[in-house]
Design a protein around this ligand. Structure first.
Ligand SMILES: Nc1ncnc2c1ncn2[C@@H]1O[C@H](COP(=O)(O)OP(=O)(O)OP(=O)(O)O)[C@@H](O)[C@H]1O
Ligand SMILES: [Mg+2]
Length: 280
């Protein structure tokens, strides 16, 4: 079995004690309502298929940006590019005003910010043979070289953030889908992200459980001042969750609007067709 996918590949050694509230970092200065991440002219092809054509957008601290669009339109590719899991072929990514990707390469500044980017996937990607605590602490122990006491303290804080402190010794098989997904969010929080990228994290969950996960994200963005990007096919969830809605069409951002504008007042024919097709 391969190791669950994670974006926490920082080579930076943290000196944090692990005891503070999650996530806070001196190196990121953008505050609520300010731009945290910008993409400019991002392009990405796979072979001769041009997937990201010219992607431009900003994400603000304290916003949930919901990304919608047809299957295969490039939503996951965009999240993976923001997470550093894939490199675009051209364009620029700025994080807190610093250029972290330019042309075809990550810049030196990427090393400072990559540990502030967390990603959560549709499948929970938890180790089945380890308890929740071990699932949370494995990567930070290795990558940040923190002590057992430090990572355990972080795990307790992260689990409390998602309302799962009482499950610290449970195994994934003993948890419901929503609980597992909350543990997966807690695992991403271990690195104290300022940007949390969520790729269809509620698509395997019942609506009430999806609503609980949404509540966790809302509290995080409000209380911890993070920016969240959320890819979903669930338009009811999208309209409830979003501060901004980004509609992806043929590799470009066709609409970037408030949920009300996007779902009720957009004149973009492709978005109207898309929303009608999946009408909630
Ligand atoms: N590593 C890869 N190699 C080749 N093609 C890829 C790769 N990753 C993605 N693609 C292709 O790029 C296109 C966009 O994929 P992506 O996963 O970004 O779509 P998506 O919008 O997330 O779709 P879905 O809603 O189905 O998850 C798809 O046609 C996919 O097959
Ligand atoms: Mg996808």
């Amino acid at each position: 079995m391969s190791e669950p996918e994670t974006t926490t590949g920082s080579r930076r050694v943290s000196t944090d004690t692990g005891s503070r509230a999650l996530p806070s970092e001196k190196t990121i200065t953008a505050s609520h309502g300010e731009v945290l991440v910008s993409a400019r002219g991002l392009q990405k092809s796979f072979g001769d298929r041009h997937i990201l054509k010219n992607v431009d957008f900003d994400m603000l601290v304290g916003d949930i940006t919901v990304i919608i669009g047809k299957s295969g339109s490039g939503k996951s590719t965009l999240l993976r590019a923001l997470a550093g899991l894939t490199d675009p072929d051209a364009g620029r990514i700025l994080f807190d005003g610093k250029i972290v990707f330019e042309g075809e390469d990550r810049t030196e500044d990427w090393e400072d910010v990559e540990s502030h980017v967390g990603m959560v996937f549709q499948s929970y990607t938890l180790w089945p043979h380890m308890d929740v605590l071990a699932n949370l602490t494995l990567a930070p122990r290795k990558r940040l070289k923190l002590s057992v006491a430090e990572v355990n303290a972080r795990a307790e804080v992260a689990l409390a953030e998602v309302g799962m402190a009482h499950h610290i010794r449970s195994r994934p098989a003993q948890l419901s889908g929503g609980e597992r997904q909350r543990v997966a969010i807690a695992r991403a929080l271990m690195m104290r992200p300022k940007l949390l990228l969520c790729d269809e994290i509620t698509s395997a969950l019942d609506p009430p459980v999806a609503a609980e996960v949404l509540e966790v994200l809302r509290r995080l963005k409000e209380e911890e001042g993070i920016a969240v990007a959320l890819v979903t096919h669930d338009m009811a969830f999208a309209s409830k969750a979003a501060d901004r809605v980004v509609f992806f069409h043929e590799g470009e951002i066709a609409v970037n609007a408030t949920p009300d504008e996007a779902f009720n007042r957009s004149t973009n024919p492709e978005l109207k067709k898309f929303v009608d097709a999946v009408r909630f």
